[in-house]
Write a new protein. Structure first.
Lengths: 120, 110
């Protein structure tokens, strides 16, 4: 069974840092491209970042570029999101999402999410 | 302001057919696949439609997708109370080099 489990969320002060993890199981982790998607309270989905299966290609949303860093450890089946210089507007539930191998890149599995709250 | 535009709300009665629109541009919907995700209250999003009109196993054929030019639509026929959820369209944007989502449509079953 495919599972994605995020962790690392919590309360952090503005300007602070946090590292999210997404532990994967039930599939060949190193074959899949992965993404982080967030959802502010009561708001819609916002894509945050993408990483290719090897980690060689990375993209970021403009809203987090220069502050967030996506990475993965294929030996540990884990995806990461290092978040620095956090702002109140980064408050959201952060989901990791797997892209399918179908050739059309749909997000076929999502984690349950981890809540990040940026507040003093 | 989302790159893809969806109506904020939609509604219908049980058994009815409802459509949700998603408007984009040539750099996203116009040239790439469109995806639809369903988010039930308090849960993570779930893939509903991919490659514009394909359904993952387990998704009822009451759900269907279509695309024309720079717009796409999700149709739900035989509306049921359990369809009450938020629906999001998504596509890759070549100009932005990013995934873009619609703002979401909250579907109410009256």
């Amino acid at each position: 069974e495919v599972q994605l489990m995020e962790s690392g969320g919590g309360l952090v002060q503005p300007g602070g840092s946090l590292r999210l993890s997404c532990a994967a199981s039930g599939f060949t982790f190193s074959s899949h491209e992965l993404n982080w998607v967030r959802q502010a309270p009561g708001k819609g989905l916002e894509w945050v970042s993408y990483i290719s299966n090897s980690g060689s290609t990375i993209y970021y949303a403009d809203s987090v570029k220069g502050r967030f860093t996506i990475s993965r450890d294929n030996s540990k089946n884990t995806l990461y999101l290092q978040m620095n210089s956090l702002r109140a507007e980064d408050t959201a539930v952060y989901y990791c999402a797997r892209e399918a191998l179908s050739g059309s890149s749909e997000f076929d599995y999502w984690g349950q999410g981890t809540l990040v709250t940026v507040s003093s | 302001q989302s790159v893809l535009t969806q109506p904020p709300s939609a509604s219908g009665t049980p058994g009815q057919r409802v459509t949700i629109s998603c408007s984009g541009s040539s750099s996203n919907i116009g040239t790439n696949y469109v995806y639809w995700y369903q988010q039930l209250p308090g849960t993570a999003p779930k893939l509903l439609i991919y490659r514009k009109d394909q359904r993952p196993s387990g998704v009822p054929d009451r759900f269907s997708g279509s695309k024309s030019g720079t717009s796409a639509s999700l149709a739900i026929s035989g509306l049921r109370s359990e369809d009450e959820a938020d629906y999001y369209c998504a596509a890759w944007d070549n100009s932005l080099s990013s995934w873009v989502f619609g703002g979401g449509t909250k579907l109410t079953v009256l």
